[in-house]
Design a protein around this ligand. Structure first.
Ligand SMILES: Cc1cc2nc3c(=O)[nH]c(=O)nc-3n(C[C@H](O)[C@H](O)[C@H](O)COP(=O)(O)OP(=O)(O)OC[C@H]3O[C@@H](n4cnc5c(N)ncnc54)[C@H](O)[C@@H]3O)c2cc1C
Length: 390
């Protein structure tokens, strides 16, 4: 356990030192006294999904506002090494979505129309063009692919380290191994946070607890729709470079890329029971299903050895979009959660908007798409982002 907070009162506590909490703290520290910000995490810096993800950063989305956020994130990650002094090896090798049926092609062509509106040079590749891009693919039943070459893959850890070091230098307190165990309210607003290392008075709380965000909301007496789902991922032994883009298939939710070290890293969507974000075991079922699908698509990988596999939690919402904004039921309680499998690629753009919300400033986020209130009306919203992959 940490020695505890330095002060008795802060302007705000950010719960969760993952990529969302740290980007939010970074933007707040530019606009207010950094010593008034406390970031608390019960684990270590990369304990949550931010240290367990595939590092995919794509701008191919179904809605224009999300394309815009992702485009802003890409620009931010390109600046990251210069801005933070850490190189997260952001490799813009593209994202190649493969279609194996006309329905899948139609779904991807709808994404095309949206992405093109934002002026991004997305391409539709015929089967021979896909094979020219990735000769190792087996083209059986393939009908084409959607490729955006400025999408890419990032190494998550240096992003967290860079943000952490910058926050510490600015004077923001980041307590790890410290659990938030209670949130106090008085007169309809947040008034304090109790942690395993002591209590503090605050005016705001940012819930950036990823797969555990539902529990943090519950500590403040708020029920939310967030559902943690366990997802597994795997790395092979390093191979000579053979794969430029991140490959994604809609049919099974398979995704894989090749890291700068040569490992093939990827996962697959399996039907998982939703529920509390408890332990994060790896399973044989995942290895079997992922290996089967991967080697069907890239037969030459069938003799490759598995180096390691691990698991983490998506924080899913019913419409596939994150929740960003103050909770209308509790003044000062700000959500920065529900990012599903996309928090790493959206965090650089979400962080400044969460920060503005905390400071009571307006943001350009459409409340119908991103605000917590969208789930408080009867029926709630329909699915907006259906492609919940990498
Ligand atoms: C296998 C896998 C692959 C993924 N692939 C991608 C990808 O390719 N691209 C992409 O953009 N996204 C991907 N994601 C999703 C992405 O990793 C997450 O959306 C993102 O990291 C969420 O960041 P966060 O800061 O909200 O949460 P987290 O990183 O989970 O951080 C939340 C933190 O809250 C802390 N916490 C919880 N409860 C408490 C408490 N009571 N007190 C104090 N602290 C607490 C936890 O310890 C944790 O560190 C993937 C996720 C997984 C699991």
């Amino acid at each position: 356990m940490s020695p505890g907070p330095l002060r008795k009162d802060y302007d705000l506590v950010i719960v969760g030192a993952g990529v969302l909490g740290l980007f939010t703290a970074h933007h707040l520290a530019q606009k207010m006294d950094p010593r008034r910000i406390l970031v608390v995490d019960r684990g270590f810096l990369s304990y949550g999904a931010s240290g367990r993800n595939g590092g995919g950063v794509r701008q191919q989305w179904e809605t224009l506002p999300t394309v815009r956020l992702a485009k802003e994130s890409v620009a931010a990650y390109r600046r990251f090494p210069v801005e933070f002094g850490f190189n997260p090896w952001f490799r813009q090798g593209g994202y190649l979505f493969l279609a194996f049926s006309t329905q899948e092609e139609e779904a991807l062509r709808r994404v095309h129309a949206t992405v093109r509106q934002e002026g991004l040079p997305i391409e539709w590749l015929s089967v021979p063009e896909v094979l020219q891009e990735v000769p190792a693919l087996d083209p059986e039943r393939l009908v084409g692919g959607s490729c955006l070459r400025s999408d890419g893959v990032i190494f998550p850890f240096p992003v967290l380290w860079g943000l952490y070091r910058s926050l510490r230098r600015a004077g923001v307190e980041v307590l790890t191994r410290t659990e938030v165990v209670g949130i106090d309210r008085a007169g309809g607003r947040v008034s304090g946070v109790r942690t395993s290392a002591g209590a503090v008075q605050v005016r705001s709380v940012v819930n950036a607890a990823g797969g555990w965000s539902r529990d943090i909301s519950a500590l403040a007496g708020l029920s939310t729709v967030n559902a943690p789902t366990r997802h597994e991922i795997m790395a092979t032994e390093p191979l000579k470079a053979f794969l430029g883009p991140m490959i994604v298939t809609l049919r099974k939710g398979l995704y894989f890329s090749q890291s700068m070290r040569g490992e093939v890293i990827g996962g697959i969507n399996l039907p998982h029971p939703k529920g509390g974000a408890g332990s994060m075991p790896s399973s044989l079922e995942f290895l079997r299903e992922y290996a089967r699908e991967l080697t069907t698509l890239v037969p030459r990988l069938s003799s490759v050895r598995v180096l390691r596999s691990w698991a983490g939690f998506y924080d899913d919402t019913p419409d596939g979009l994150p929740i960003i904004g103050e909770d209308p039921r509790l003044h000062g309680f700000v959500h920065a959660n529900g990012f599903g499998g996309h928090g790493f690629m959206l965090a650089p753009a979400a962080g400044p908007r969460v920060a503005r919300t905390v400071l009571g400033e307006r943001t350009d986020l459409d409340p119908a798409l991103f605000s917590p209130s969208r789930f408080l009306t009867e029926g709630g919203p329909r699915t907006v982002e259906g492609i919940q992959l990498g």
